[in-house]
Every structure is written in structure tokens, then in C-alpha cells.
Design a protein around this ligand. Structure first.
Ligand code: UN1
Length: 519
């Protein structure tokens, strides 16, 4: 193992040069298939992770259920105290974990650390929430009666997370789920197992030192079969899935068929709209970050750019100047803005999307090809680097593949409009509905954009890019994005089972609606 990698793994107590146990249910194990964790920057194999066998998965599910029966009776503010300790433990390893995210996922250092910060933030939020997950008392129509709405714990929450946010998305789920009194079983992406092992170790330490079963926050690494088993298991009360629309559609069907609860965070095909009165000093860098940050691999990445005709040439020339400054680099170097895409497969997805644009007659303003080995120096030659691309198709037809498909790569597709209404129709005309962004200084445009005839996305920003949401508001999207909400806002309400309790304190037992049933 390179010294670069082994320093990062050692700092997080992950064994180097031997197989890494990838299953935790109170004890560590893993006798299933071996998952190779491959560094997207160099191609180096970072570790061989022992995933869950079918038998181990079953045991982990059983132990998670037992752990639920313990954690559900721990008072919510005590669960908040656990979250406070988890928050402290994560913050103490912020840089180390952030570096592991960069190493294994490929995002640049500041974003890797930012992702750990997102977990710290949601843990803070959940500490407060643990004293505020209030139900209510509803007025009864019957004398001497009270109606209580009580948020009780739900059970076992299965979290299936994607490679692109290997820490934060689990964090959003774990924090709310634990505050609500649930046990969680995590099936991370099979290409980022080390991040999940490192995070689980930190949380397990806190649970164990508080005398609680580690299976309150269990981990089962593995491939598709492990994910399917979690989704199909009737002992998983809610499945929270982040990933593609295709897999999400399957997950939704399977969980619905067994009447489980499901929370879906699927594709984004996010647009930024720039009006003639926008402050380009702000808008150009924001679009640059939205489209190129994380090498275009956020659900919230800016994929479509709709420019008003009057500012389009100036906007594009300023944006191209920023693109021209990009150099591929090691995401662990602080000067790097462009890291690799996560996998070889992602390079293929990028290349076919660029070809599709070319075949449709789009003008490629910059980028347009993956970096070949000869373009790269030293150990980066083994990495998955692609050139961020700006493409201008001949016209905008949001029913066309080139506009309506999410490509998880740094490709920005540009269209020119004359009227805001036209741009809003384009924004809304695709199947996905995650994030959207309007750039304007005219309050009348803002009113249109955030109102009933405005953006139909879950995230509707003004003078703020499509990506990089804070944890305080509910995060999620509509339509084929799956309608799920995670993180802040009212998202916690999905992690509980609501009990409507009518209690009679009186000496009479009247029926509702004045019904008389006396013989
Ligand atoms: C994702 O891409 O799956 O808003 C999550 C953002 C981040 C989270 C993205 N806070 O870009």
C-alpha cells in the first residue's frame, strides 16, 4: 500500500495490508465476497473488504431488531446525549475522515471534510431534536376525552447509500433515526466500503462505551444481493435508499409490496436559470462549482444551464475562462479543484453522454473527452479523469434524451431563452425534480420562481447554486427523484410511527359523531 493511503487508513484504525472486516452487528466479521476498494485517483487497491454472507446478514438483521427493542425505551433526550458524543467523536476525526472520503471516493479535500461536517451538523441538529420531537394534544368532541398524537419509534431503518456521499447521507439518516429511537442497518455502496467501516467504528465506540448494543448502528457491506436482502426483509420497517432512478423504482416496488415504508432520494437533473439582471460576478462561479464540483457527481450538480439571450455570450465566455483554468489533480492536494470521477464505469458514462451530444449536433465549447494516460503525470495515470464539458445543443427540447437524462459526470448542457416562463417550463419539463436555481435581482422574478407556477423541484434556490444545501431544511426532490425528504425540516416525522390515542377520563363512554348504539 502506498504511504499516502496507509497513513490515512491507519489514522482511522483500518488495517492495512490485510483483509478488512466489513460487517458489524456488535462484533466485527465478514465471510462473504471480497469487495475491492479502489482509489479513483491512482487505481491503487486500497483494501480488500470482507462483506456479509447471507447468514451474517440474517444475524445482523436479527441483532438490529434486538437492539431496537433496547434503544426504543431509552428516553429521547438520552439518545440525544449519544448523538452529542457521536458528534464530538466525528469532529475529532474530521480531517482524517475527510481525507478518507477523498482517497476512496475521489472528491477534493475541502469537499471531503465538508461532508464530514455535514454529519457533524446533522448530529447537532438531532441533539436538539431529541428534546423537540413533540406530538400534540388534539381537542376531542367528546366530554372528558383527550386525543394524543404520539411519535413512537418505528423499528429498524435500512439505509442504502450511494458512492458520491459515502458519509453524509448515512449521517442524515442515522442522526434522525437514532433520535427517533430506531436501530439502523447500513448497506453502503460496494465501492466505498472503507468510509462506512471508519464511520461505523466511531459510532460503535460511542454506543459500546455507553453500554448499548453496537447493532443499534449495524453495518453490512456487500453487493447487490446484500442490498436486495435488506430491501426484501420484513424486519426492516423503513428503507431509505439513495441512488439511481432505475434501482429506486425497484426498491420502491419491493418495499411497497410488503407494505414497508420507503424513502427515496433518486436522480437530479438540476437547472440554473440566469436572467438578464443577474449579478454575473456571483452567478458564473456558482455555476462553475455546481457543474464541476465533486466532478459533477452530486445529486444536486448543475447539469442544465439556461441563459437569457442578452447575457448568454458574456456568461459563456466567463465560464469558459474558469473551465480553462482546471487541471486534473490528486484530490488530496489542497490546490486541486478537479479530481477524478469515481470509477471506470463513470468514465464510460461520461464518454457516451458526450457522444450522444455530438451526434445530436451539439457544439462542444470545452472538454469533450476523457484524459488519456499520456495526458496525465505520475500516479494520476491510473486515475479516472475526464474533461469537464460544456455543450450547446442546437435547440432545447426537454423531451429529448440529451436534456431529460441525468448523467453523473461533469457535463453542462446549455440552452438560451427569451422569457422566464419558457425557462421555467424547461426546468420543469424533465422527469426529475431535485434542485433548481434562479439568478436575478428582480423581486418579481423571485415571486414567479418560488410560487405555484414556479420551479417544481424540492430545492428552489435564488442567487444560490443548485448544489451545496445546508442540513437545516428538508433535502429531497419530487417526481422521479422519489419525493423523499431527509435531513432537516419535517424529515424526522418519517422516522416515527404515529399513534393517535383517544383517552377517556370520564365516567361515560359516548361514541363519536353522536352515534347511539344502546340496545
Ligand atoms: C447528494 O448528492 O446525494 O446539497 C447529496 C448538496 C449536499 C448533499 C448532496 N449537501 O449538494
Amino acid at each position: 500500500l502506498s504511504s499516502r493511503a496507509s497513513a490515512i487508513l491507519s489514522a482511522l484504525d483500518i488495517p492495512t495490508n490485510q483483509e478488512v472486516p466489513g460487517v458489524y452487528d456488535g462484533t466485527w466479521g465478514g465471510t462473504g465476497d471480497i469487495l475491492e476498494s479502489v482509489c479513483p485517483t491512482t487505481g491503487e487497491v486500497l483494501a480488500r473488504v470482507q462483506s456479509a454472507s447471507p447468514q451474517e446478514l440474517q444475524t445482523a438483521l436479527d441483532k438490529t431488531r434486538e437492539a431496537y427493542e433496547i434503544i426504543r425505551s431509552v428516553p429521547a433526550p438520552r439518545r440525544g446525549e449519544l448523538l452529542r458524543q457521536i458528534r464530538e467523536a466525528l469532529a475529532a476525526k474530521r480531517d482524517e475522515l475527510g481525507a478518507l472520503v477523498s482517497l476512496e471516493m475521489g472528491k477534493i479535500r475541502t469537499e471531503g471534510i465538508g461532508e464530514v461536517q455535514e454529519f457533524v451538523d446533522i448530529a447537532d441538529y438531532a441533539v436538539g431534536l431529541s428534546r423537540m420531537m413533540n406530538g400534540r394534544v388534539v381537542a376531542s368532541e367528546r366530554p372528558g376525552h383527550s386525543i394524543l398524537e404520539i411519535p413512537n419509534p418505528l423499528g429498524v431503518v435500512g439505509v442504502l447509500s450511494a458512492f458520491n456521499f459515502p458519509v453524509a447521507v448515512y449521517g442524515w439518516n442515522l442522526a434522525l433515526s437514532l433520535a427517533a429511537g430506531n436501530a439502523t442497518i447500513w448497506k453502503p455502496s460496494n465501492t466505498t466500503p472503507l468510509c462506512s467501516v471508519a464511520v461505523t467504528k466511531i459510532i460503535a465506540n460511542v454506543l459500546e462505551s455507553n453500554g448499548l448494543p453496537g447493532a443499534v448502528a449495524g453495518l453490512v457491506t456487500g453487493g447487490r444481493d446484500v442490498g436486495e436482502a435488506v430491501v426484501e426483509s420484513s424486519s426492516v420497517d423503513m428503507v431509505s435508499f439513495t441512488g439511481s432512478e432505475n434501482v429506486g423504482r425497484q426498491v420502491g416496488k419491493v418495499v411497497q409490496a410488503r407494505f414497508g415504508k420507503v424513502l427515496l432520494e433518486l436522480g437530479g437533473n438540476n437547472a440554473a436559470i440566469v436572467m438578464p439582471d443577474a449579478d454575473l460576478e456571483l452567478a458564473v462561479p456558482a455555476v462553475f462549482f455546481g457543474a464541476v464540483g465533486t466532478a459533477g457527481q452530486r445529486c444536486t450538480s448543475t447539469r442544465r444551464l439556461y441563459l437569457h439571450r442578452s447575457i448568454a455570450p458574456e456568461f459563456l465566455s466567463r465560464l469558459q475562462a474558469l473551465y480553462a483554468s482546471l487541471r486534473p489533480g490528486d484530490p488530496l492536494e489542497s490546490s486541486t479543484l478537479l479530481g477524478p470521477v469515481h470509477s471506470r464505469a463513470a468514465v464510460g458514462i461520461y464518454s457516451s453522454a458526450v457522444n450522444r451530444l455530438r451526434n445530436a449536433g451539439a457544439e462542444i465549447l470545452c472538454g469533450g473527452s476523457a484524459f488519456s494516460e499520456t495526458d496525465l503525470v505520475g500516479e494520476l495515470q491510473g486515475g479516472n479523469f475526464v474533461r469537464p464539458t460544456i455543450a450547446v445543443p442546437k435547440s432545447v427540447d426537454v423531451k429529448d434524451e440529451i436534456w431529460k437524462t441525468e448523467t453523473f459526470a461533469p457535463i453542462l448542457t446549455v440552452g438560451v431563452f427569451d422569457k422566464l416562463e419558457e425557462a421555467i417550463a424547461w426546468n420543469n419539463g424533465v422527469p426529475q425534480g431535485l434542485s433548481s436555481s434562479l439568478w436575478t435581482r428582480d423581486v418579481r422574478n423571485v415571486g414567479k420562481w418560488i410560487g405555484p407556477a414556479g420551479s417544481d423541484c424540492g430545492i428552489v434556490n435564488v442567487n444560490v447554486g443548485t448544489s451545496g444545501a445546508e442540513i437545516g431544511a428538508a433535502f429531497g426532490g419530487n417526481k422521479s427523484t422519489g419525493w423523499g425528504r431527509e435531513s432537516g425540516g419535517d424529515a424526522w416525522k418519517q422516522y416515527v410511527r404515529w399513534s393517535a390515542c383517544t383517552v377517556n377520563f370520564s365516567d361515560e363512554a359516548p361514541l363519536a359523531q353522536g352515534v347511539n348504539f344502546t340496545p
